[in-house]
Design a protein around this ligand. Structure first.
Ligand SMILES: NC(=O)c1ccc[n+]([C@@H]2O[C@H](COP(=O)([O-])OP(=O)(O)OC[C@H]3O[C@@H](n4cnc5c(N)ncnc54)[C@H](O)[C@@H]3O)[C@@H](O)[C@H]2O)c1
Length: 252
């Protein structure tokens, strides 16, 4: 295994890969030799261009992870491109639209929408890739939760609840998919600077920074190594695990 071949020959679907953390995952997986399926409900032209500039190969797919037909079309497109699906990173989320709101004032329609994307979406994506992974007898799924699922966070109850569901689903899926040769793990990022969070109150950002063992801003690239490890054979005996990547704030 060379330093640039952790994922050589593998096809990896990354949802929410148009921007932010998903884009960083896509570039990292491509640099390690994967054919990346860049899946997002918005244009992922920038991610595609960056992968092409670096000499990688990728397929762009428009998907709404809350829509089962759209998710099936995403899996079909991956199979059409390369004939296999080795990995899935469930990164897309209803997140940047979330605003600080006391739980008693949350809009029920927003509650349903966030569960449709963040929970049902993860289930649908796992379901869509499973026939290919079962056929191959191998696969790796990495879900993206959040430290708020471990530590709690006032004002975001619907979002916190969805990420808690992602942690639990990871464990249930790991047990159910292990016999098929499929590993399922979850990363819980801390507060990461992306377009989704840049406008959060400065005091809020500072409070996270101060609480960290490594007291600096967290960037999307800080999560890439953990995701690549979990997708690769280096983690061949690791399943059902939650890895908190937050600079040593929450020690879980
Ligand atoms: N940024 C943080 O501080 C932070 C912290 C913890 C966890 N996370 C999680 O990390 C992930 C990425 O966060 P980010 O900061 O990069 O957010 P972001 O908003 O920049 O990126 C999310 C991407 O998902 C896409 N998306 C949203 N809904 C979708 C849908 N229904 N179908 C397909 N694509 C959809 C968006 O178009 C966007 O490209 C999310 O799961 C988020 O909950 C982020």
């Amino acid at each position: 295994m060379t330093a640039h071949s952790l994922l050589a020959g593998r096809t990896i679907i990354i949802t929410g890969a148009a921007t932010g953390i998903g884009q960083a995952f896509a570039l990292g997986a491509s640099a390690q030799g994967a054919h990346v399926v860049v899946a997002d409900m918005n244009s992922a032209a920038q991610t595609m261009a960056l992968i092409a500039q670096a000499g990688g190969r990728a397929t762009e797919v428009r998907v709404d992870v809350s829509d089962p037909a759209s998710v099936q079309a995403m899996a079909d497109a991956a199979l059409q491109a390369t004939g296999r699906i080795d990995g899935l990173v469930n990164n897309a989320a209803y997140f940047r639209e979330v605003t600080l709101t006391p739980f008693e004032e949350l809009d029920p329609a927003q509650w349903d929408r966030i569960f449709a994307v963040n929970v049902k979406g993860v289930w649908q994506c796992c379901k869509a890739v499973m026939p290919a992974m079962r056929r191959q007898g191998s696969g790796a799924i990495v879900n993206i939760a959040s430290v708020v699922a471990v530590a709690g966070q006032p004002g975001y109850l619907h979002y916190v609840a969805t990420k808690g569901a992602v942690l639990s689903m990871t464990k249930g899926l790991a047990k159910e998919c292990g016999p098929m040769g499929v590993r399922v793990n979850v990363i819980a990022p801390g507060f990461v600077i992306t377009d989704a969070t840049r406008n959060r109150p400065v005091e809020w950002q500072q409070s996270f920074l101060k609480a960290r063992a490594i007291s600096r801003e967290q960037k999307p690239d800080d999560l890439v190594g953990t995701a690549l490890y979990l997708m690769s054979d280096l983690a061949a005996f690791v399943s059902g695990q939650t890895i908190v990547v937050d600079g040593g704030h929450i020690m879980y």
